[in-house]
Design a protein around this ligand. Structure first.
Ligand code: NAD
Length: 455
């Protein structure tokens, strides 16, 4: 549909007030849950066709997370939408004061390809819970999933309420020219800047969920066997195509050999001797990304893995050591199954390496040393993270998820999703039975009193 028409229709529907009642929002969230359950297999099949993601991962990292977010919203929505009383102030005595969450209007949600169902539909939960209409733009790089989302959603939701606009960059550019009331973007830092520029034209507020190089620090006190298993799981999940995957490891020199040994056996345990044969290991999304990733292999020594098959877009879980100084693999977000392992002597050296790079989306520390943990947590700025684990912090709806600086702005998940898609209206209510004349002119004799009150 023509984006101008689409936004016009959504705005008219929003103005009609249809999306605002709590009953409507609950009903739509329940419907969304039903639709996702009914079409679970369609989503699983579509993602499998796009990059051979195993069903377990699709359920655990896409479908299941959306169910969780819907359940959480259904449980709490009545509370979130209530007027929130706040205390009054002396200068406005007597008055009642409250805030109320109001929907923005028509929201544009732009999704990337790497978790193509979750990242298109999870923000929809927050947007609908908050009472908005939604246009979803899935990624063109996962065409089977994009068309499944479009087909399924248009069967159950009218496009004046939730519409799916399929297509590539040109479609997105056309959408970005429209005056949406909120834009929620997940994708690269490069395109995030384009989105923010377009939003500035209409002064549309944005959330930018971007990427970056998320470091993983392992000090000499860490339990290396458990650390290696958790790191290998989070890194090679989705074949490394995860925004919060540990991008590179900084291990304290003394522990390097043991950590490498444990990483190797974790990869073997998970995917067998030949991960190419494993039903649990996905493929790279397209040839461009395959070629980009292959070019990193020349920038160090392959300690483990390094097998590939261009036809299948397969790259095995790979550990790189002896990274060349200024290598691209340490400058760009890797976003694939290649794990550089670098060493540091003292913790301050690791902090220095991390703080010379843009602020990451995620930050992981493996340590049993409380002092090191505090030092790292306090010295580095990042979106969110974990101690002695990776990636799994996303599974807690009580933890807002978002980046900082180059890795994004704003956050969502749980109550934060509702807040993100709501404007907080502040209201003061006065009575008319009392009108203290203090604020009115003439001001003679009043200055000393205002100075006493407001000091
Ligand atoms: P991308 O930025 O290339 O694309 C994202 C969306 O923007 C797509 O829908 C695409 O059609 C559109 N787009 C692409 N180029 C455009 C242009 N020139 N003008 C307007 N629109 C354009 O990102 P991607 O490759 O799909 O996803 C990978 C990136 O997303 C990685 O950097 C990753 O870290 C990041 N990511 C972040 C999160 C998060 O939650 N913070 C989650 C997943 C992925």
């Amino acid at each position: 549909m023509n984006p101008v028409e689409l936004v016009k229709r959504q705005k008219a529907y929003f103005r009609s007030g249809a999306t605002k009642s709590v009953e409507f929002r609950m009903k739509q969230l329940e419907l969304l849950k039903e639709v996702i359950t009914k079409h679970e297999q369609d989503f699983v099949d579509a993602i499998y066709k796009d990059f051979r993601k195993p069903e377990f991962e699709t359920y655990a990292t896409e479908i299941g997370i959306i169910h969780d977010e819907i359940n959480y919203a259904l449980k709490n929505l009545e509370n979130w939408t209530k007027k929130q009383r706040v205390s009054g102030s002396l200068v406005n005595f007597p008055s009642k004061n409250y805030t109320v969450a109001e929907p923005y209007g028509s929201v544009l949600i732009i999704a990337p390809w790497n978790y193509p169902v979750q990242l298109a539909l999870l923000p929809v939960v927050g947007a609908v819970a908050a009472g908005n209409t939604v246009v979803i733009k899935p990624s063109e790089l996962t065409p089977n999933t994009s068309s499944a989302i479009a087909g399924i959603m248009s069967t159950y939701f009218q496009d004046k309420f939730i519409a799916v606009a399929e297509g590539g960059v040109e479609v997105n550019q056309k959408l970005l020219e429209q005056e949406f009331d909120y834009i929620f973007f997940t994708g690269s830092t490069r395109v995030g800047k384009i989105v923010m520029k377009a939003a500035a034209e209409h002064l549309t507020p944005v959330t930018l969920e971007l990427g970056g190089k998320s470091p993983c620090i392992v000090d000499k006190s860490a339990n290396l066997e458990i650390s290696a298993r958790r790191i290998a799981w989070g890194k090679f999940l989705n074949a490394g195509q995860t925004c919060v995957a540990p991008d590179y490891i900084l291990v304290q020199e003394h522990s390097k050999d043991d950590l490498l040994k444990h990483l190797k056996s974790a990869i073997r345990d998970f995917y067998g001797e030949d991960p190419g044969e494993s039903p649990d290991y996905p493929r790279i999304v397209n040839e461009d990304h395959f070629n980009r990733l292959m070019s990193y292999l020349k920038e160090g020594s392959v300690f483990y893995g390094g097998q590939s098959d261009k036809k299948e877009r397969y790259i095995s879980p790979t550990i790189l050591t002896d990274i060349e100084p200024n290598a691209a693999v340490m400058e760009e977000e890797i976003f694939g199954p290649i794990l550089p392992v670098l060493t540091f002597k003292e913790i301050e050296e690791a902090i220095d390496i991390i703080n010379k790079k843009p602020k990451p989306l995620a930050f992981y520390v493996f340590t049993e040393d409380d002092k090191n943990e505090s030092l790292l947590m306090e010295s580095c700025s990042f979106g969110g993270g974990a101690v002695n684990d990776v990636v799994a912090h996303l599974g807690n709806p009580n933890l807002p998820f978002g980046g900082i600086g180059n890795s994004g702005m704003g956050a969502y998940h749980g109550k934060t999703s509702f807040d993100t898609f709501s404007h907080t209206k502040s209201i003061m209510k006065k009575t008319s039975w009392l009108d203290i004349p203090f604020r009115y002119a003439p001001y003679e004799g009043k200055l000393k009193w205002i100075k006493k009150i407001l000091k």
